[in-house]
Design a protein around this ligand. Structure first.
Ligand code: SAM
Length: 219
């Protein structure tokens, strides 16, 4: 079926262009052992985040939604020696697994995993962050986007994951809070004069979904 084909193509892409990586592979294994849900970004998406951060020369990265740190490891791997990454995670179990995975990847000195609800941690952070990746509870995406803007500078890049939701983003009368949060976020993106943005829908091992990409504008 379609999903099998999308997954097979993702395997083909990662086989050629991503390849095995001991730190990333063992992070996924540790997540599974600890019973974490397999809702990390795919290998190809992880590498896309890494390449975007590298392309803009990001030195400071903010991530909202750590899980086991799979995307964190991809992003932190793009940092220069003096770089830093702060990642926010509500679940103490996820945060613990993530810290272990990040340490095993040799990235512990660059990364701070902050435990607690993101909306409580965000007011304590000082920016600007060059790159922000939003991937936590989707109903809060409008608030996370406002915080991402507040903690960025002109030229910063903001990526928000899971904005298509199998096409359910079209359902204006949906009673799914994730769909409604995503719709409110996308409307905000459309009217926010401080960014230029687009969304790209994707298919792959994680189904039909997509991400938003915004660049913070000058002045
Ligand atoms: N970015 C991760 C990756 O690709 O490897 C996946 C993150 S997963 C989709 C979402 C994470 O956000 C979960 O670990 C969940 O516990 C966390 N989360 C949910 N609500 C949160 C909140 N209010 N504050 C902080 N983290 C939250």
């Amino acid at each position: 079926d379609e999903q099998e084909r999308w997954s097979a193509v993702d395997d083909y892409i990662s086989g050629l262009l991503v390849g095995p990586d001991p730190a990333l592979d063992s992070a996924l294994e540790a997540n599974a052992r600890a019973g974490l849900p397999a809702i990390d970004v795919s290998p190809a998406q992880g590498k896309l985040l890494h390449l975007l951060a590298r392309a803009i020369g990001a030195r400071s990265i903010l991530e909202i939604g750590t899980l086991g740190g799979y995307s964190t490891i991809w992003l932190a791997g793009a940092l220069p020696a003096e770089g830093r990454l702060v990642t926010l995670e509500r679940s103490p179990v996820h945060a613990k697994v993530a810290r272990e995975n990040i340490d095993r990847a040799g990235l512990g000195e660059f990364v701070e995993v902050r435990e607690g609800p993101a909306l409580e941690s965000l007011p304590q952070l000082s920016g600007p962050f060059d790159f922000v990746f939003v991937d936590a509870d989707k109903p809060s995406n409008p608030e996370y986007f406002q915080w991402a803007l507040r903690l960025s500078r002109p030229g910063s890049v903001i990526v928000v994951d899971n904005v298509i939701r199998g096409g359910r983003v079209l359902e204006s009368d949906s009673d799914d809070a994730a769909v409604q949060g995503t719709r409110r976020f996308t409307e905000m993106l459309a009217t926010e004069p401080r960014v230029s943005a687009t969304e790209i829908q994707t298919v792959g091992s994680k189904g039909h979904d997509g991400f938003a990409l915004a660049v913070v504008l000058d002045g």
